[in-house]
Design a protein around this ligand. Sequence first.
Ligand SMILES: *Cc1c(COP(=O)(O)O)cnc(C)c1O
Length: 361
Amino acid sequence: MATPRLEINLDKIAHNTKVLSQLYGSKSIDVCAVTKVVCGDLTIAKCLVTAGITMIADSKVANLKKMRKGDINATFLLIGTPLLSQAAEIVEWADISHNSEPAVIAELGRQALKKGINHQIILMIEMGDLREGIMPESLDEVVNEVLKLEGIELIGLGTNLACFGSIQPSQEKMNSLSKLSDQVERKFHLKFRYVSGGNSANYNWFKSTHSTERINQLRIGESIFLGVEPVHRHPIPDLFTDAFTVVTEVCELKIKPSVPYGETGQNAFGHVLQFTDKGEIPRAILGMGLQDVDVSGLRPMLDIDILGAGSDQMIIDPKNTDLRVGDEVSFMPNYAALLSAMTSPYVEKSMTLSCEREGIL
Ligand SMILES: *Cc1c(COP(=O)(O)O)cnc(C)c1O
C-alpha cells in the first residue's frame, strides 16, 4: 500500500460517536459533530450521520458546501467567526452560524433576504477564554439590534472555552451561560433552541456536574475522532483512541555517528540543534515529513525515538526494533497531527471499515 498514508477506521469513529451521543444524551445534551479536523471528509461525515448525528459543524464554508453537495443529511453549523466577505456563501451553505459581530450579522441578514430565506444564528458569549464572543455586558444591546434584522433568526447562545486561553468550562462558567440565556429570553420574550456549552473539553465538567442547567448542546470533534478529552488528554472510557493511524516506511537504514560532523550553521529550518554523543548508532530515515504531517504530534507505536524531521523525511533511532528498508512504521496522531495529515494532499487516506454493512460507503 502507498505511504505515507492515514488509516481511518470508520467502525471506531461510529462507535465513539454512538457512545458519546448516549453519554451526553443521558443528561439531555445533543452532540453536534465537528468535522474541521477531518476537513469535512464525505465518507467520515456519512459515518457520523449513520451513527446518529443530526447536526454537523465545521469552521470552513468550503467543507460545509462539500458535505451539502455530497448529500450529507444533517443540519449544518458554521463555527468560528464568520467572515464578512463570505456572507453570501455562508447563508447558502450553512443553516446556522456562530456570530459575535453585528456588522457581519447584518450582512448575513441582507444576503439571506436576497435569497428569500432566514439564516439562523447562535450568539457567542465571551466567558474568559478570549477568543470569539460578545462581552456579557454588551449582550442585551446586540440582541436588541439582531432582533430588528430581517432574514436573521436568533436561535441560541453559545460559548467556547479551552481553546485560546485554556480556560476550563467549569460549573461556574456553565451556570453563567445558563443564567444569561434565562435573562435574555425573559427580557426579549424569546425561547432559545440551543444553549451550546462548548467542545470536547466540557467532558470533565459534564462527568462531575449535578446540574447541566440550560446547556443542551456540545460541539464535539476531538473526543469522537481521538477518544480523549482535551484537558489532560486522558482516554474516555469505552472509546477507541486509535481510529486514526499514520503510516510511513523506512527508506534508509545505516549505522552512523550520533553527532553531525563538519562546520555548523543553521539547518534547513533555521535552527541550530544540539546533539549528545552516543557514539555510532543505527539511524533510519522514514519517507514522511513536515509537508505531510505535524511530526511533533506523532507517537510511535513501536519503541523508537524520533530524532527530527525535514520537509519529506523523518530521522529516527530504531533502537532495538529490527526494522528493514521498506518496512512500514505506524504512529498515533494527536489533534494537530491529524489535522495536518488530513489536510496534506501528499498523505493517502485509506478507509477501513466493516461499516459497509451499515451502508456507509
Ligand atoms: C473546534 C471547535 C469545536 C470542537 O472542538 P473539539 O475540541 O474538537 O471538540 C467546538 N466549537 C468551536 C467553536 C470550535 O472552533
